[in-house]
Design a protein around this ligand. Sequence first.
Ligand code: ADP
Ligand code: MG
Length: 385
Amino acid sequence: MPFVAPGDPSIVASQLADAFATTYAGAPAVVARAPGRVNLIGEHTDYNRGLVLPVALPHATFAAASPRSDGLVRVRSAEHDEPWSGSLEDAADAPGWAAYAAGVLWALREAGVPLSGADVLVHGTVPLGAGLSSSAALECSVAVAACAAVGVDLDRSLVVDACIRAETEVAGAPTGGMDQTVSMLAEAGAALLIDFDAGTTAPVPLPLGPAGLALVVTDTRVSHALVDGGYGERRADCEAAAALLGVPSLRQATLAAVEEIPDQRVRRRARHVVTEVERVRAVVAALGAQDWAAVGARFAESHVSMRDDFEISCPELDLAVDTAVEAGAVGARMTGGGFGGSSIALVPTPRVDAVVRAVDAAFAAAGFAPPQHLLADPGPAAAVL
Ligand code: ADP
Ligand code: MG
């Protein structure tokens, strides 16, 4: 079936180590793997101190790294033509894709990791710019490989913070921290409930296989651009709503208070956040009860909320979601920051083929570019291989 392959970790790692030796003339490297993620539910809630429930994908970025002692950083990617090199200080201003890879080395050094340069080669199987967090996978894989290369014990929360810093300060992309947290702290076979108010995480078992279900991810190939536009505007509306209600964040707001906000756009934005946090709670409870129909119903509500109240969907996402449900999915929704990117569908295993075919046919009939699909079996967190 036409699914994007995650790659066998040990095969990818050994191929990457060989490529590293060729590229950097013989230096032995440490190889680390860090997963992309797909969010089950809880969209635009992270920066509102809310709840999110992401899953680590089996798809990941692999980074090979070896330390240098001369302060030089050299980064290269199999997915990108432009290698970058410069000093560890220059890495704070690295351009383009190197902002993520070299930027995280700078951020690690700022956090006290004894780095004095590194050679890095990366290769990933997470689709780029599909809302599946190839950026966090890149940052985390480089960070974990670099820490191992200089022989420091892996401090996962320090790595999360350094990766967030690279993405916000070096790449200039606002991020709420969900992506880096799940890439570093996920457990195989489970989603990760992250509470951005309490600062806690907890695995939530996701026994898809025993339930006869698959989590199908559809990348619409509509590129989302978090750096400009809608994301910042949504964030500003949420902050305005919290200020108006006199609460530190929308996590503390009640739906009744939100419904009194006079400005109808700000009211709808806030309503999405407050109801979405409740839906995360409801999905966690439904998973505990193995009530998959209830999970699917919350997915449907979440999609409508994002389409109508938060206004971050697009025709391709709506078509992927509606078609998946018509073709037999238990539930479907757009996932990630929106304005393109991916959708998810919870599908009975015997219906997977029909759902994927129906979505492909609907895209062709609508004149949209062909989507691509992934199977999201919840995988493990980042680690050295
Ligand atoms: P997403 O995280 O949803 O995939 P982002 O826009 O946040 O989308 O990040 C995508 C960017 O991250 C790419 O445009 C590129 O700059 C960088 N990136 C991610 N993975 C790689 C990779 N394997 N090689 C080079 N750059 C990468
Ligand atoms: Mg990203």
